[in-house]
Design a protein around this ligand. Sequence first.
Ligand SMILES: [Zn+2]
Length: 244
Amino acid sequence: MTRGPILVVFPHPDDETLALGDLLALHARDGLSVTLLCATRGEAGRNMGRPISANRETLPGIREQELLEACRILGIHDVRLLGFRDRMLEFENPDDLARPVLEAMRELRPARVYTYYPEHGYHPDHDAMSRAVVLAVERLPVEERPVLLGTVFSDAALEALGEPDEVVPTASVGEVFRAAVRAHRTQTAARVARTQARMAEDEEFRAQVEENWRNMTAKLWVYPVASKGLRGKVADPAEARKAT
Ligand SMILES: [Zn+2]
């Protein structure tokens, strides 16, 4: 599907796994080099673990460790924390957010950049970070720009964005993906425990979950930088690349 290096940019520890962990595991398995820029340490997270294992002081350190563990499981060995404040990205100067992304692109020359699709990230931090990624890509000469691809927070975005440009079957790395989800313990343990308990007692639910696992896909939408996000018909990302 793709050969060059991949740059992934998200605001919080766990976005990389919950949004695209399956696809990133697939890339790692295919031997692609993947670098993750994570803007914050997720210190504003509401979950303190189950049983409670963190407090406001310890949460950022714990989430950083969870992030590194999840990335190790997914096969991402280059993880860079940018040191911005959780829940505050929308108040940051966009130039400050864009700068490390631009520097990483100049250093790594990625073929593709993944982030939340701008304005469909569902969270102010998500949208602020993806707008900064667009800004950074715009600052590269046209011929040096990577293809920018967005993931969305919920299928509600389908109506606005249309069908995804790439739908990648990812069931083959499902176990890896689920292990990475579990590694974000403070954020996911309660949900994982609830799902497991219900699977154990509800045959129909279990069958449905397993069916979903078999049909797992990663969905990506090309963000056309040259037309400021105005999506026309983009059938082939290679074409989109020429056009941006
Ligand atoms: Zn997030």
